[in-house]
Design a protein around this ligand. Structure first.
Ligand SMILES: Nc1ncnc2c1ncn2[C@@H]1O[C@H](COP(=O)(O)OP(=O)(O)O)[C@@H](O)[C@H]1O
Ligand SMILES: [Mg+2]
Length: 392
């Protein structure tokens, strides 16, 4: 089968849900995605742990499973513990291409005495936009796969089985098109964790067009944008930080940084280098840049976008995220009543912890009703601790 017959992986990709089993504080929970969802809940209930699952999945195709696990603190940290007993973790991601049937990818790990962990089973079934169904299964270190047409006709079912190196994921062995599609899907989820200091300092020029999650290559990424994208981003930033009317990359010897042109009072413009800009401006700029990056992810995760951003500016930023989320899905974590007032009750996913187990659910009907009647806002519910989750 020639490449040209295959679907374009990123076309019309929508993430549907993430199911976590025995992963960090989760015993069993499902996060349903829409265009934009906000994880809301007290500290240490599990919001960042859900984000950690997304980071782990993304890092599998980039760095391999052993590195992805090591970066989360190692297998023993990762498996759910309650009353001291460690369980075997599993992650399942459901997604969909266009109007095709639902696709999924599932990874199950287990602890092994003497070794740290092994892949217990890995499965995927991708309903491509090209009308083909790509399935694969990896267990006991062997990968098998098949390709069918929608009507069930078998296209390819190689006798061949491929060995997967111990501890590795099948996603690192892109032998079948289904595995390739899954690796593209996983790579198209990105978590943004802006460190304003990294945005402000002189940066090494980077050749990659992909936004570094901490913002450490913002100057280079901005420079690769088309003039139209640059001016859209500048307009968006100007709605948050009034007066900004131009941004450009500047070189200093072997380093690069951004220069922001801002009108400080009538007719008087000044140039500020990134290191002179406020943390809030650098954070807002970086979040907008992540949304505009040339290889834009299909799902962008932003933890606490409210940090260091002024209230009026925050509403504008959230409006922009909401508009952009029609093209790229967005997941945020937040403690901001103003953000959830802007988003509305349907976007909220309540996260709470019950007996050491994290749960996720939409807002309960009895909490929604007074919002619908205009008696209270979601933010007021949050402040009065009455944002109750729907029964799971
Ligand atoms: N392996 C694990 N098993 C059970 N609970 C865990 C595990 N790892 C972390 N936790 C719990 O998760 C909590 C942190 O959750 P986190 O998602 O960071 O909270 P937040 O909602 O503030 O982002 C910790 O306080 C700890 O109780
Ligand atoms: Mg957190």
């Amino acid at each position: 089968m020639s490449e040209s017959q295959h679907s374009q992986p990123d076309e019309q990709l929508k993430f549907l849900r993430l199911h976590l089993t025995n992963f960090l504080s989760y015993r069993s929970a499902t996060l349903d995605f829409t265009d934009l969802v906000a994880l809301v809940g007290p500290n240490a209930t599990g919001k960042s742990n859900a984000v950690a699952a997304i980071k782990l999945l993304r890092e599998i195709p980039y760095h391999g499973l052993p590195v992805a696990i090591a970066r989360r603190g190692g297998f023993d940290q990762l498996r759910h513990r309650s009353s001291g007993r460690p369980y075997n973790p599993a992650i399942r991601l459901d997604f969909r291409f266009g109007d095709e049937e639902e696709s999924f990818y599932e990874l199950k790990l287990r602890g092994v005495e003497g070794k740290r962990y092994e892949v217990k089973e890995e499965r995927g079934e991708v309903h491509g936009a090209d009308g083909y169904v790509y399935s694969f299964l990896a267990s006991d270190g062997m990968l098998t796969w098949s390709e069918r047409r929608n009507d069930g006709t078998l296209v390819e079912n190689p006798e061949l089985q491929l060995a997967i190196p111990p501890g590795q994921s099948a996603v690192s062995v892109p032998a079948s098109y289904g595995v390739f599609l899954v690796s593209r899907v996983l790579q198209s989820m990105q978590t943004v964790e802006i460190n304003p200091a990294r945005v402000g300092e002189l940066q090494d020029p980077s050749s990659t067009r992909e936004f570094e999650p901490d913002g450490s290559n913002t100057a280079s990424v901005f420079d690769t944008l088309s003039p139209a994208d640059k001016s859209e981003l500048v307009d968006e930033l100007a709605a948050i930080v009034p007066g900004i009317d131009r941004i450009e990359m500047r070189r200093f010897a072997d380093k690069v940084t951004l220069a922001f042109y801002q009108e400080i009072h009538a007719g008087k413009r000044r140039e500020f280098l990134a290191k002179q800009m406020s943390d809030g401006t650098l954070r807002a700029f970086s979040i907008l840049l992540a949304m505009h990056q040339p290889s834009r992810p299909n799902l962008l995760v932003i933890e606490e976008p409210e940090i260091a951003i002024h209230l009026g500016a925050l509403r504008t930023l959230v409006d922009i995220l909401q508009q952009q989320s029609e093209a790229s899905q967005v997941v945020i974590t937040t403690h901001s009543a103003d953000i959830i007032d802007t988003l509305g009750v349907d976007s909220i996913r309540v996260v709470w912890n019950e007996g050491g187990e994290s749960r996720i659910a939409a807002v309960a009907e009895h909490s929604r009703e007074p919002v619908r009647q205009g008696l209270i806002t979601p933010g007021q519910l949050l402040k009065s601790d009455s944002l109750d989750p729907a029964a799971a």
